[in-house]
Design a protein around this ligand. Structure first.
Ligand SMILES: [Zn+2]
Length: 224
């Protein structure tokens, strides 16, 4: 799913995935090795930087991440894309062969680089948008939101609906609503009614980690 355009001003976004938080049927098989590859010619240091960021997720899962340049990875990263987006979990297996499943448009010098990689890889692991959690109850000023995303990112109302307003059904939830989630968009106070905002989350939150432990439990460990 697209990274929040409010997190970075230089990229355009499109809405490929429409739901949030985590759907059980999109998680990878627990205990498996996830092969992660780069499909464009990216400098080694950038690949290493991305790998290091992605590996922040690994200890909270029961998956093994391997990185290489083979063409056929489970997750295929393109570092010079036009948008920041990712297939959600095993939806990546539906992507055309040799096409990227995780796209990055953000430059590694950008202050939002790390949070963008963390967010998009959260999608790759099966997480969806936290602001679409049914308990989020964000007091959106909807006309303003439509206008803002149209003016700044050329999003249609349908894209705004899909990426911001539509909410997950409760049976797909992993845990309680988490304003600190790396999967939460920035919510500008100007785009809500009253005094309500979510600032820029830059780290994997405690509840993000708990959700990962629920999705990919290690044998013998309580997920909580
Ligand atoms: Zn997203």
């Amino acid at each position: 799913m697209a990274e929040n355009p409010l997190n970075g001003n230089t990229v355009s976004h499109s809405g490929r995935h429409k739901r949030s938080v985590g759907q059980w049927n999109k998680f990878w098989g627990n205990g498996r090795t996830l092969n992660i590859t780069f499909i464009n010619e990216a400098p080694e240091d950038i690949k290493k930087t991305i790998e290091k960021i992605i590996r922040q997720w690994e200890p909270s899962t029961n998956l093994t991440f391997t990185f290489n340049d083979a063409a056929k990875g489970d997750i295929r990263i393109k570092t010079d894309a036009q948008t920041n987006e990712s297939y959600v979990g095993t939806d990546a297996t539906l992507a055309p062969e040799l096409e990227p499943t995780l796209r990055l448009a953000v430059d590694c010098e950008d202050p939002d680089f790390e949070l963008t990689v963390l967010h998009e890889f959260g999608h790759a692991l099966g997480l969806q948008h936290e602001h679409q959690h049914p308990k989020a109850n964000i007091p959106w000023d909807k006309p303003k939101v439509y206008e803002f995303y149209k003016d700044n990112f050329q999003w249609t109302e349908e894209e705004v609906d899909g990426n911001l307003f539509s909410s997950l059904s409760t049976d797909l939830l992993l845990g309680p609503y988490d304003k600190d989630s790396i999967m939460h968009y920035v919510v500008d106070n100007e785009l809500t009614l009253g005094d309500w905002e979510v600032r820029r989350n830059t780290r994997i939150s405690k509840l993000d980690r708990r959700n990962m432990r629920k999705a990919y439990p290690k044998p013998g460990n309580s997920p909580l």
